[in-house]
Design a protein around this ligand. Structure first.
Ligand SMILES: Cc1cc2nc3c(=O)[nH]c(=O)nc-3n(C[C@H](O)[C@H](O)[C@H](O)COP(=O)(O)OP(=O)(O)OC[C@H]3O[C@@H](n4cnc5c(N)ncnc54)[C@H](O)[C@@H]3O)c2cc1C
Length: 347
């Protein structure tokens, strides 16, 4: 009998598996590479909502925990995955600049927003107003982190590279059994893939498709992430991620010509040098109606749990909700009502 089966290894599955590792719990992971949300993510961690200049949900608490979790993972992997990266918010008007100053004085935000405005000195960019600088931001190399972590899981013979088949699951009072593996608990972390899960597809996961292009530009020479109507995120070697799009109608996994055109048109409004598009990626963010994660235990099966609904901020939210779910299962701690899937029980 093992302690856990974990289905899905994106940011949610990784955060939960890391919690299991740190607590010496035995587990097996199922991963079929069907969803790409985490693997295409820009990788930014940023505690501020840059559209409205407000703090993200539980920003301080989540940031502190997430950084300590990712530092721990860095140590385990023996490779650097976190890089500090300044985020500069481009102002579109004097009014916006004034709103920024007002926000700088608000509690919580005063920690994250710098009141010293930054002048654009990069002549590859046509930026007429100043930038506001967000503090305590950075980038996690999510693709690399997931790949290295999963390699370690595979070396320990705890990885099944296959689709989890829900109809093969046997549920008893005290354990669950799947293809001969008995486990005390099963945790589903399939991101948008949860729509195929008959036990949890009653939950209102909406899904929002996001696409990025990667450009190469020798003359851009940008060292900070710039947020205008889109983000430009430096990756090194003259490569930049540009995006992302938000689309809650198209739920197909493939990249689209329209997204590429939208991103290029937004980029060309302020990029004044040549560039070449070298890649394009798409993924579906697991978003929810009330913008809160979906965490908890199945209403009928006490050994079956879910960690999902990380939306567009999986890097900061993942470690926080993994800890909450772990403590709920292992220490019988009550989940906060705003994240507990009980809020949708009547569905
Ligand atoms: C374009 C884009 C940019 C983003 N940028 C950022 C960013 O900069 N910062 C940030 O914090 N967040 C960002 N996000 C959001 C973030 O990526 C998500 O919050 C996060 O990926 C959700 O993680 P997840 O593990 O729940 O889902 P996923 O990453 O989708 O992982 C689910 C996993 O489950 C597997 N799976 C599903 N079904 C099965 C099955 N039946 N059997 C086996 N395996 C299965 C899938 O293959 C997948 O690996 C971005 C998202 C997108 C799409």
């Amino acid at each position: 009998m093992i302690d856990y089966i974990v289905v899905g290894f994106g940011l949610a599955g990784l955060a939960f598996v890391d919690k299991l590792e740190n607590n010496n719990k035995s587990y097996t992971v199922y991963e079929n590479y069907s969803e790409k949300s985490s693997r295409v993510a820009g990788g930014l961690y940023n505690p501020v909502i840059l559209k409205r200049f407000t703090a993200a949900w539980l920003a301080s608490e989540q940031l502190q925990l997430a950084l300590s979790v990712y530092k721990g993972i860095e140590d385990k992997l023996g490779e650097s995955i976190i890089s500090e990266l300044a985020v500069l918010r481009r102002f579109n008007s004097v009014e916006e600049q004034n709103l920024w100053f007002e926000a700088c004085d608000k509690p919580i935000l005063d920690r994250f927003l710098s009141s010293e405005l930054v002048r654009n000195e990069n002549d590859a960019l046509d930026i007429s107003f100043h930038y506001g600088k967000v503090k305590h931001t950075g980038r996690i190399n999510v693709k690399r982190m997931l790949s290295l972590y999963l390699q370690n899981v595979e070396k320990k013979k705890k990885l099944m590279k296959e689709s989890f088949q829900y109809d093969q699951l046997v549920i008893t009072e005290d354990f669950i059994e799947y293809k001969g593996i008995k486990a005390r608990n099963i945790v589903f972390s399939e991101g948008y893939g949860v729509r195929n899960n008959p036990f949890f597809n009653y939950l209102p996961l909406i899904g929002n498709k996001g696409e990025y292009i990667t450009i190469k530009s020798k003359r851009l020479k940008l060292e900070e992430a710039v947020k205008s109507s889109i983000f430009i995120i430096p990756l090194g070697d003259d490569l930049y991620k540009v995006g992302a799009t938000y689309n809650n109608q198209d739920k197909t996994p493939n990249t689209t010509k329209s997204a590429k055109e939208e991103l290029q048109s937004k980029l060309e409004r302020f990029l004044k040098v040549d560039y070449e598009v070298v890649d394009q990626e798409a993924g579906i963010r697991p978003t929810t109606r009330d913008r809160r994660p979906l965490i908890g235990t199945h209403p009928e099966h006490k050994n079956m749990h879910i960690i999902n609904g990380l939306g567009s901020r999986g890097i900061l939210i993942g470690p926080y909700v993994a800890e909450k779910l772990y403590d709920h299962i292992e220490k019988e701690k009550l989940l906060d009502k705003e994240i507990d899937i009980k809020r949708f029980e009547k569905l």
